[in-house]
Ligand binder design. Structure first.
Ligand SMILES: Cc1ncc(COP(=O)(O)O)c(C=O)c1O
Length: 373
């Protein structure tokens, strides 16, 4: 336990503080540890692996979190409904269209479990965000994978064709992770209409705030087979706070809530307060949006200069091909303490990198530019 704590402190760049208990008291009043941890100046690793927001949580969320630490002895009887009301307002829906989860992973799980009640198969693109799908396979369902189009977009007509008589769920990530591509809104509306005649449709809008696209949220007023997952982990910078939500028809929310022992009850008071404050902090969202676009443009320009083709991205990550890159890219990252991802598609050696701050992306580019070696 003690050595875990020491490791943790060392990771935070605060190893010296682990020496004695009196010093640990000092730690309590030190600045938030996450700031030095990702600051290049301290020589720690640069995390470009999980599409986190390098600037968050927002100032208003941080203040709310500090305030609500002292309310953590109470369950979130009032705050949970407050957040649901705020989310309903933001999305032009009523409160009975919303269910909260500890991250959107939890609402993806709820929808998966609902779909799995009848066994059968489920359909998803390849590559796409896969982490919820293991639950379905573990529950005995068969996965049907549909390749993306040549320009790395979800192939909507191929997904529709792949639906089988026993298909219970169709998952669509828009914008798609890991490729950063988006679907045309009208085509998407048509797709949802068709697919939902045959199965549950789970649309994951984790990255929609980085785009200027419209959400599909208005469709849940009528469509009882559509579930839309959203998260506070990305543009709101609350990945570690674990908070997300689903939007669906009230009848569907009722069904989803039966998949959870305590519907809306899994999120801490501190995280709920952070989410409420984040929704009000429009300045932070705008700044993140602009900073992300700037750092993304820089990175794509530089990678293409280095003969690394990139797919145009609508998100806070970039999908790129290492087919022409001679040096060992992953070794270059490792040598420079940069965390990236792996290869998603062998054909073309496609990988993904998160857009961090501009200095982080400059560090990435100098790590992979052999002219600098
Ligand atoms: C498309 C997509 N959906 C859902 C998630 C999970 O997010 P959360 O932190 O809300 O569980 C991620 C996380 O990277 C993601 O990329």
């Amino acid at each position: 336990m003690l050595s875990n704590r020491r490791n943790w402190l060392r990771q935070m760049g605060l190893g010296a503080l682990s020496i004695g208990a009196s010093r640990l008291n000092g730690f309590a009043s030190a600045p938030p540890a996450y700031i030095p941890r990702y600051n290049l100046a301290d020589g720690q690793s640069v995390r470009l692996s999980s599409n986190e927001n390098p600037y968050g949580p927002s100032p208003m969320a941080r203040a709310a979190m500090s305030e609500y630490i002292t309310a953590s002895n109470r369950y979130s009887w009032q705050l949970g409904p407050d957040l649901i009301t705020a989310l309903a307002q933001k999305n032009n829906l009523t409160a009975d269209h919303i269910i909260l989860g500890a991250g959107s992973t939890q609402v993806l799980d709820l929808a998966s479990r609902l779909a799995a009640l009848n066994k059968g198969s489920f359909v998803m693109s390849f590559p796409t965000y896969p982490y919820w799908s293991a639950t379905l396979e573990n529950l005995g369902m068969k996965k049907i994978s549909v390749p993306l189009t040549a320009d790395k977009k979800n192939d909507l007509s191929a997904i529709l064709k792949a639906i089988q008589p026993d298909t219970q769920l169709v998952y669509l990530c828009n914008p798609n992770n890991p490729t950063g591509t988006i679907c045309n809104h009208e085509e998407l509306v048509h797709f949802v209409e068709e697919a939902s005649k045959k199965a549950w449709v789970l649309v994951d809008e984790a990255y929609i705030d980085f785009t200027s696209e419209r959400s599909l949220s208005s469709l849940v007023n009528e469509n009882k087979k559509l579930v839309i997952a959203r998260t506070f982990s990305k543009i709101y910078g609350l990945a570690g706070a674990r908070i997300g939500y689903a939007m669906a028809h009230p009848a569907t929310i009722e069904q989803l809530s039966r998949m959870q022992s305590w519907p809306n009850g899994d999120i801490s008071v501190v995280s709920t307060a952070a989410a409420i404050a984040s929704l009000k902090d429009e300045k932070f969202v705008k700044e993140t949006h602009a900073l992300n676009q700037h750092a993304r443009r820089y990175t794509i320009e530089q990678m293409e200069r280095l003969n690394i083709p990139c797919i145009p991205s609508h998100t806070n990550f970039i999908y790129f091909s290492l087919a022409n890159h001679q040096p060992d890219f992953f070794e270059q990252l490792k040598q420079n303490n940069i965390l990236g991802t792996g290869i998603y598609e062998e054909q073309g050696k496609w990988s993904r990198i998160t857009v961090g701050t501009l200095p982080e992306m400059q560090k990435l580019i100098s790590a992979i530019d052999t002219a600098h070696a």
